[in-house]
Structure formats: C-alpha cells, structure tokens
Design a protein around this ligand. Structure first.
Ligand SMILES: Cc1cc2nc3c(=O)[nH]c(=O)nc-3n(C[C@H](O)[C@H](O)[C@H](O)COP(=O)(O)O)c2cc1C
Length: 253
C-alpha cells in the first residue's frame, strides 16, 4: 500500500467518484480527496506518493471545467493515474484528453483506465455500475499499478483517442424547474460551473454555462429539477439499445 494518495475527481452525480474511490482505497493508506466540482484552484500536495485524477466522459470528451481545474496543478514529475469514467456508450477522446492535460502540468502517468459507471442521464444504462465484478477488476488493477510504481523506468502509456479531439458537446439546453421547487438554493450550491443563480425572483439557469451534468437534478431534495421530458425521451430512445450490453473496463499500464 502507498502511504499517501491524492484523489482529484470531477463527479457531478457520484459515479466517477465511486469508481475512483475503489481504486484509491485499494492502493492507499491515507487519501486526500479534492472535489474539482468545488475547488476551482486546486493545489497538489508535496507529500503524496501518487496523484489520481478521475473525470467523467461527456460527449466523448472531458468536461472543460474539469480540464481547466486539473491544469491548475503542478505535478513536478510526480506519478499519476488517470481514470475516465463513462456510461457504457464510448469514451472516444476523453482518456487521451485527460492524459494530455495531466502530462502538460508536469505529472508522469503511470497507468490509466476507462471505467464504466451508471449513465447519469439514461440511468437504466449500466445501472448500479461499478458493481462487485467491476470492483474486483479495479482492485486487481490497483495491485498491478503498485507493482509498476516500484519500477524505476517505465514506458509512456498509450491510450485510445485522436488529436485534434472530436468536437465537444453543444450547449444551449438546461434542466427545467417544477412547481414543487422551494427555492432552497441547493441546486445553486451543487452546480460545478456556477450556471444557476438564486435571485429575488427565483432560480434561473444560464444555458451558456450549463453542461447538463445532472448534479442539480440528482441533488435536488424535492426532485424538482428534471431534464425537459422531450429531451429525456430522445436520450432514452438513443441510448436504450445499450441497456443489455455490458461494456468492459479497460486498463492501460
Ligand atoms: C452531458 C453528458 C454527456 C455524456 N456523454 C457520454 C458519452 O459520450 N459516453 C458515455 O459512455 N457516457 C456519457 N455520459 C455518461 C457519463 O459519462 C457517466 O454517467 C459518468 O459516470 C458520469 O459521471 P458522474 O456520475 O461522476 O457525474 C454522459 C453524461 C452526461 C451528463
């Protein structure tokens, strides 16, 4: 086990964090967790034996806010493990993109993985993953990583994806508010990109900023924020075919 691991995650609905924690708990005695959804200017710890960066896949890319926050770190040659967590469709350029960002800020990537978690929009896809079988694989990967970290020289990790990366998702849509909204402001505080504003008139969402990450819909205590039903129906229809397909986690080291 490593003495101290720092775990940076951007996880609007918790799947990325859940997958990353399985890895971190299997390799670390002590964990320093940094929520990149809240921490705009994170700083790397000098003491850490390993840094783990876990990001979700949105439209085959990494959410821009997550990349921006990772870029604030100064790796100073420290070893890192990167995890791209996706909802059973595809991760396309996301793992390559996070690896580029992590290397550009001075970390040396020892290993990477593309892991499956429940789809945060179409929740019946990859429902309840990572499950026990995933956890076993992730723990085995952690053991392999630990062995690799003991070696002096390592080759550069190769992961799928291409540059230039595919175009990111187009914005313009936001979740909607139902009449049951009590204007408690929880959505405002959980939004990782500051897209929701509580003003004297009520709650407003900036469509230019919203990344449709679903944090506000999942964390609303009244279940009063939802995707507009026509949009949800299109997504359910498009991704429904993935319901009974089990994609496998992929490990690179
Ligand atoms: C806006 C958006 C776009 C997504 N795009 C993809 C995708 O391209 N491929 C995929 O397999 N899953 C996709 N997903 C599913 C997420 O990658 C997956 O559910 C992830 O675990 C979400 O992380 P979180 O639970 O930490 O929020 C998308 C989810 C959202 C909200």
């Amino acid at each position: 086990m490593l003495q101290q691991v720092e775990f940076y995650y951007f996880s609007p609905t918790g799947g990325t964090r859940k997958a990353g924690e399985i890895f971190c708990r299997a390799i670390a005695r002590q964990l320093r967790e940094v929520d990149l959804g809240k921490e705009m200017h994170p700083t790397a710890s000098q003491k850490a034996d390993l840094s783990v960066m876990a990001v979700p896949v949105f439209g085959g890319r990494v959410p821009a806010a997550a990349v921006e926050r990772i870029r604030e770190l100064n790796g100073e040659g420290k070893r890192a493990v990167t995890l791209a967590v996706y909802g059973n469709r595809a991760y396309e350029d996301a793992l390559l993109e996070v690896n580029d960002a992590v290397e550009e800020c001075g970390f040396q990537i020892a290993a990477s993985a593309a892991l499956i978690a429940q789809h945060s929009i179409v929740t019946f896809v990859a429902e309840n993953r990572p499950d026990e079988a995933d956890a076993r694989e992730i723990r085995e990967f952690a053991q392999e990583v630990e062995k690799k970290l003991q070696m002096e020289q390592t080759e550069k990790i190769q992961v799928p994806g291409s540059r230039p990366y595919k175009d990111g998702m187009k914005g313009g849509s936001t979740p909607m508010m139902l009449d049951t909204c009590t204007k408690c402001g929880r959505c405002v505080s959980v939004c990782p990109v500051g897209a929701i504003d509580k003003n004297s008139g009520g709650i407003t969402t900036d469509a230019g900023k919203c990344i449709l990450c679903m944090a506000c819909t999942v964390k609303c205590p009244e279940h009063a924020r939802i995707l507009p039903p026509p949009m949800k129906a299109v997504m359910d229809e498009k991704l429904g075919v993935l319901k009974d397909i089990r994609k496998e986690n992929e490990f690179f080291l």
